[in-house]
Write a protein that binds this ligand. Structure first.
Ligand SMILES: Nc1ncnc2c1ncn2[C@@H]1O[C@H](COP(=O)(O)OP(=O)(O)OP(=O)(O)O)[C@@H](O)[C@H]1O
Length: 482
């Protein structure tokens, strides 16, 4: 029997049917002003210090209080400072020394509180200290670090952060994700690759094509780890860690970050981590960002559109993300708002990658101050000055709600989230919403408290919080993700 090379086996064939993707994203600006552009920390930045931190596991290293204590090398110290970082956030104070000590980590901290730098800085520091340098001499590149995230826009953002911190050094980050010309990405990889940022499908594709080798891998990072390990992505993650050459968990460092971790996912995540991993919880696991004021408005299915328009009239040109349930709904609402002279763009999984990136650029620049989005934009995106999040449709899952409203109120800034609550459709979420509100003491003044008079424990609402997605939901969402 003739044995097929592993990449020709069915599970490694990831090329989607359909027309060849030729999109090549615009060349990135090279000037320092663009690379280090950042928004200011907000009035509540110092309040991060009051959040309770719990590290469980044996023998955790001491937290650092300043970036000086992180003993970053000169080039990294400079890029951190040019990025406007003066003081580490709690997840950085605890996460950086844990990673630098070589420990595996599962970290949970609220949205917008600096998880990205918490893993990028110690990884880059170690690679720089070891004198790692990108080499373009090999067709096969063997990165020292791989970072995975669930959406194209998020992984690109992480890549830009890595590129920013590694600026002026020999460490070269590269990004690969779907919807972009594979040839273009292969050429980028071949120019040298130390830190590979990728969405799972494209990453596996590159490994399958023999462009990426895993034998030098030291760091394996799962951002939005609970999403990366839920039913939608778990098979890809298992395939990734089972790929030829992938160091066993004992021989690599595995790092997981998210703002939410359902219990069952926490248990399963342990499969990927060494037994002595540390669990870092900044605040209450799965809690919403305390800098976001949460309001609920009772609506009926047919009154939502007008209520959205009324709301947007009061917020004017302030940057607002409007979340809806389906891609069709996203197109429909965006068109409606444009007709009503509200400059609006939209992002969802049916749009071409070129359109998705343009939508994000128009929203970032303020050309379109309103962006209608599906769950594809719920996690991780860090867009300056988003003052509002509107849940036009509430999500089915409470963790999704926490991530969505976390697109505002970032880095110590305050933000507002308004959710349309349709009792005919959203009752199954009421109890978990009440729990979330009670954790940030927003319950007493809130309309939802009247729906759940006995608080998070009592009442007759169906609980749906703290669970991973049911299979049907995951399957439906998958088109939305990479
Ligand atoms: N120590 C710091 N000082 C100033 N700004 C910081 C600091 N750490 C992070 N930031 C900035 O705060 C913003 C939010 O950080 P980041 O995107 O890493 O949050 P996150 O915790 O990963 O959020 P999410 O859960 O939504 O993914 C970014 O613009 C980042 O550059």
């Amino acid at each position: 029997m003739k044995l097929l090379p592993f990449w020709q086996h069915e599970q490694y064939l990831f090329l989607p049917a359909g027309p060849r993707v030729t999109y090549v994203p615009p060349t990135l600006p090279e000037d320092e002003d663009s690379i280090f552009a950042h928004y200011e920390t907000g009035i509540n930045f110092d309040k991060y210090d009051d959040i309770m931190v719990d590290v469980s596991g044996t023998n955790p290293p001491q937290a650092i209080m300043t970036f000086d204590e992180a003993r970053l090398c000169e080039s990294l110290r400079k890029t951190v400072s040019k990025s406007g970082y003066v003081k580490p956030t709690p997840v950085q104070k605890h996460g950086i020394p844990i990673i630098s000590a070589g420990r595996d980590l599962m970290a949970c901290a609220q949205t917008g509180s600096g998880k990205t730098a918490a893993f990028l800085l110690p990884i880059l520091q170690q690679l720089m200290a070891d004198g790692v340098a990108a080499s373009s001499f090999s067709e096969l590149q063997e990165p020292e670090a791989i970072i995975v995230a669930p959406t194209r826009e998020l992984i690109n953002q992480i890549y830009l952060e890595a590129r920013k911190f590694a600026y002026g050094t020999c460490v070269r980050p590269v990004v690969v994700y779907g919807g972009v010309s594979t040839g273009h990405q292969i050429r980028e990889i071949c120019r040298g690759c130390n830190v590979l940022c990728g969405t799972p499908g494209r990453l596996l594709d590159m490994i399958g094509r023999g462009k990426i080798g895993l034998t030098k891998l030291r760091y394996f990072v799962l951002d939005e780890a609970d999403r990366m390990l839920d039913m939608g992505f778990e098979p890809d993650m298992r395939r990734l860690v089972g790929s030829p050459g992938m160091p066993s968990k004992e021989n690599r460092q595995t790092l997981m970050f998210s703002a939410t971790y359902p219990d069952d996912i926490q248990r399963m995540a342990a499969d990927f981590l060494k037994t002595d991993y540390l669990f870092l919880a900044v605040g209450v696991v799965g809690a919403a960002c305390s800098d976001v004021e949460q309001t609920f408005v009772q609506v009926t299915k047919f009154s939502k559109r007008e209520q959205l328009l009324d709301l947007l009239k009061t917020t004017g040109t302030e940057r607002t993300m409007v979340f809806v349930e389906t891609k069709r709904q996203a197109d429909f609402i965006a068109t409606y708002l444009c007709q009503e002279k509200v400059p609006t763009t939209s992002i969802h999984g049916d749009r071409e990658q070129r359109e998705r990136e343009q939508a994000l650029a128009d929203f970032r620049s303020g050309k379109c101050p309103v962006m209608v989005a599906t769950s594809v934009a719920a996690r991780g995106l860090d867009i300056p000055d988003v003052q509002h999040v509107v849940n036009f449709d509430l999500p089915k899952e409470i963790d999704e709600y926490v991530h969505r409203i976390g697109r505002t109120g970032r880095c110590g800034n305050t933000g507002r989230a308004v959710s349309f609550y349709d009792p005919d459709n959203d009752a199954q979420l009421a109890r978990s919403l009440v729990t979330i509100l009670s954790k940030v003491r927003e319950l007493s003044s809130n309309y939802l408290s009247s729906l759940c008079p006995h608080g998070p424990q009592g009442g007759s609402f169906q609980e749906n919080g703290g669970q991973s997605q049911p299979a049907a939901q995951t399957a439906a969402d998958d088109e939305e993700w990479e």
